[in-house]
Design a protein around this ligand. Structure first.
Ligand code: NDP
Length: 257
């Protein structure tokens, strides 16, 4: 009985930035639990190879080229999914970027705006567009990918723009959750530690920064994308039916110190 509550058979899911990294793991987890998954990413070639590999594993997956910063395109994608599927059950707001500057004094206007545009605006455009359909059907689960750095200031160099964008995603999560709970839509977030994905590829493994990431984590390692996806799967499922407005840390203990 309990395991059934984690199943997603007959549900539809939309995962942004799902061509690689955490988003891809989330798409796999949801598909393995029985959902029909649509993956959005902005690189068509990446998307095609991802969908081919998921179909080879017999997952029910389709792809759509989408830049989440384009509000009109996001609305069209949501409306199209609704008209094809007749329902939208799960949205994973995963698309996000970071930039390599760590000191605030070095951050150029363009990078500040890019990071806010993808991480915060993109999350809102998608929540609003897909959420409208969920509200209409009076059910749905949205999971935003936040970050532990929305809570804590990361060492050795805070990335002020990234941290601010993720703190805003956490507050957006709680605000939407409170607003939409009476209408059957749950909104939660996962706040991961450093995860081994292309996003962190800028960090040299021999560098002082990388060593401090590891040393600052009680578990003594980076996280794996699948470990984030497991939490996302839980929050997307009926197993988390009492949860809304939660920001779930998956940080290897980083924030304990
Ligand atoms: P990756 O860079 O590995 O994957 C993110 C995917 O999202 C990429 O394919 C990227 O495409 C895509 N993407 C970026 N911008 C857009 C956009 N505007 N529209 C559509 N797709 C887009 O990142 P991760 O898997 O590491 O990160 C996923 C999420 O997890 C992000 O929100 C990130 O902030 C968050 N996170 C990551 C952590 C980590 O340590 N890795 C820690 C905590 C949170 P492209 O390659 O073209 O940019």
């Amino acid at each position: 009985m309990f395991l059934e509550r984690f199943r997603l058979d007959g549900r539809t899911a939309f995962v942004t930035g799902g061509g690689q990294g955490i988003g891809l793991s989330c798409a796999q987890a949801l598909a393995e639990a029985g959902a029909k998954v649509t993956i959005a990413d902005r690189d068509e070639a990446l998307l095609e190879s991802t969908i081919t590999s998921l179909k080879a594993k017999n997952y029910d997956a389709a792809g759509v080229v989408l830049d989440v910063t384009d509000s009109d395109a996001v609305t069209r994608a949501a409306d199209r999914m609704w008209s094809i599927e007749g329902r939208i059950d799960i949205l994973i707001n995963n698309a996000g970027i970071a930039r390599s500057e760590t000191s605030a004094e070095d951050v150029c206007d363009e990078h500040w705006l890019n990071v806010l545009d993808v991480n915060l605006n993109g999350t809102f455009w998608c929540a609003r567009a897909f959420g409208r359909h969920m509200l209409r059907q009076e059910s749905g689960a949205i999971v935003n990918i936040g970050s532990m750095s929305g809570f804590i200031v990361n060492r050795p160099q805070p990335q002020s723009y990234y941290n601010a964008s993720k703190a805003a995603v956490h507050q957006l999560t709680k605000s939407l959750a409170a607003e939409w709970a009476p209408r059957g839509v749950r909104v939660n977030a996962v706040a991961p530690t450093y995860i081994a994905t292309p996003l962190n590829a800028f960090a040299d493994k021999q560098s002082e920064m990388y060593r401090r990431w590891i040393d600052g984590t009680p578990q003594g390692r980076l996280g794996d994308p699948d470990e984030v996806a497991s939490v996302v799967l839980f929050l997307s499922s009926d197993a988390a039916s009492l949860m809304t407005g939660s920001i779930v840390l998956a940080d290897g203990g980083y924030s304990c110190w």
